[in-house]
Design a protein. Structure first.
Length: 215
């Protein structure tokens, strides 16, 4: 049995943590902040109608934006409070929950990223792991997370991972974990607007693909 994740330990010790997280992004949206940068970056890498997994989707901000751009998204998260919000927002924005018909879709599934992805999330054209999600794991868990992420990609799929480099998960460890998972880092940027990385960059967006794609 998998031990409680760091996020689960946080929300167990602070039951209102997820609610405050939701309210924070509601407030930012109401104040007019641009919250779709990750989705725009991912959309630029995709054919219309692609299969996307939002790994650690939270309340669905990136998933909703990608679905509204015509993609079919499966959002995965371990937090039932955040998933309930994701589903409610999708319904309020009239986002379909299945890939039938025209337009995009988004469905949300409770899942632990330290375990194999559910069948609905396999064969993805792109997996996005944003919001510092990869830094919310302990010890060698990020390596395991990346291994299952790689396993869920289609042979020609790509994964985009964004995280702060000052949050305890170093660039060197990420590179080693990607290599162990069979992922090649194609490009590195310092923002979701694809600004180049420098020696002073404290954030990275990495575009990766399978090292030896089959098929």
């Amino acid at each position: 049995m998998t031990s409680p994740s760091r996020w689960e330990r946080i929300t167990t010790s602070d039951p209102d943590h997820s609610i405050r997280y939701i309210e924070r992004f509601r407030r930012l949206a109401a104040e007019g902040f641009d919250l779709d940068g990750e989705a725009r970056a991912c959309d630029a890498l995709l054919e219309r109608g692609s299969r996307v997994v939002d790994a650690g989707c939270g309340p669905g901000r990136v998933s909703h934006a990608l679905a509204e751009r015509g993609h079919h998204v499966v959002g995965l998260d371990i937090d039932p409070v955040l998933l309930k919000e994701a589903r409610a927002v999708a319904a309020s924005r009239h986002i379909a929950t299945t890939a039938d018909g025209e337009g995009g879709s988004a469905r949300f599934i409770q899942a632990d990223l330290r375990e194999p992805y559910p069948a609905e999330a396999k064969g993805a054209d792109l997996i996005v792991c944003s919001g510092n999600v990869i830094t919310f794991f302990d010890d060698d868990e990020p390596a395991q997370v990346l291994l299952y992420l790689a396993d869920a990609l289609s042979p020609t799929g790509r994964a985009v991972v964004g995280f702060g480099l000052t949050r305890g998960y170093s660039l060197e460890r990420f590179e080693a974990d990607c290599a162990a998972a069979g992922l090649s880092i194609e490009s590195r940027f310092s923002t979701w607007q694809f600004h180049p990385m420098t020696e002073d960059s404290d954030f990275m967006v990495a575009i990766t693909s399978l090292t030896s794609p089959q098929g």
